[in-house]
Design a protein around this ligand. Sequence first.
Ligand code: GUN
Length: 314
Amino acid sequence: MNAIRIDGKAMAEALRGRIASDVRLLQNKCRVTPGLAVVLLGKDPASSVYVKTKARQARAVGFNSRQYLMPSNVGEAELLELIEELNADDSIDGILVQLPLPAHIDRWRVLEAIDPAKDVDGFHPYNVGRLAAGRPALAPCTPLAVVHLIKTVARDLNGLDVVVIGRSNIVGKPLAVLLGDAGCTVTGAQLQTRNLPDLCRKADIVVAAAGCAGLVRGDWLKPGGIVVDVGINRVIDSTGTAKLVGDVAFAEASDRASYITPVPGGVGPMTVAYLLANTVYAAVLRRGLSLVTTPETPDISRPSLVGKNLQSKG
Ligand code: GUN
């Protein structure tokens, strides 16, 4: 088997094109420009790259894009004050505080201070609860991206067996909810799960989100299965060069699976695209606009606005 690569970079570009046209529609019909505020504490190189990418792509689709770069020793009170300002600012629809935060800051106090209506990360307990209850919610971007990527190669998810390795609040737990809602039988696994290779071999789809380079080997996979690699691990190769690899042993897995996402160029670009989609969704919900699905543009993955026409209520 020579697995087909699922090209997340190209799909993200297509998604951003549709988001940009949704933004034009919002501007022309409703005089609304979605606004995204991204907050970063400190200068961690990886986080700085992520934040810059998010802000640049937000600008490129036509958002009002703002970046707040604060020193790593900023006090929690000052950060909470900024969040209060952004909550009250009507031109801002989405607020993202880049994680991880410095040790002296209580992450939950910060995440819970964000207005749930502007919580484009989907991390606020209000949105976590709404998602779990099957109510419309802002859902975390990486799980939305994973479901979108899977749906492009397996249109009907009903009845499929999925193993999700990793139970983080950002990926594993919300992904299990979304896949369950889509009709999958989901096993939430982790590194210490007994017989993990056997469990994976029985699954139609394996999603690796454990943060462990090369964890999933080729012989862990069902022949013809689908593998989605959420891992982003920096490793030093045999020539002493640093490179990014996923949680899946790519070459081995490609010999066994039918579809595989690469790292980089798979889930990562789609995650940023879903941040933009969530911001448009938040802009629409906050203003009480209604959405009309058109038959030629089916809903690919909630809660994306993609493929919808906008109407003012009433
Ligand atoms: N750090 C790593 N992934 C994420 C994410 O999806 N959102 C935020 N806010 N921080 C992150």
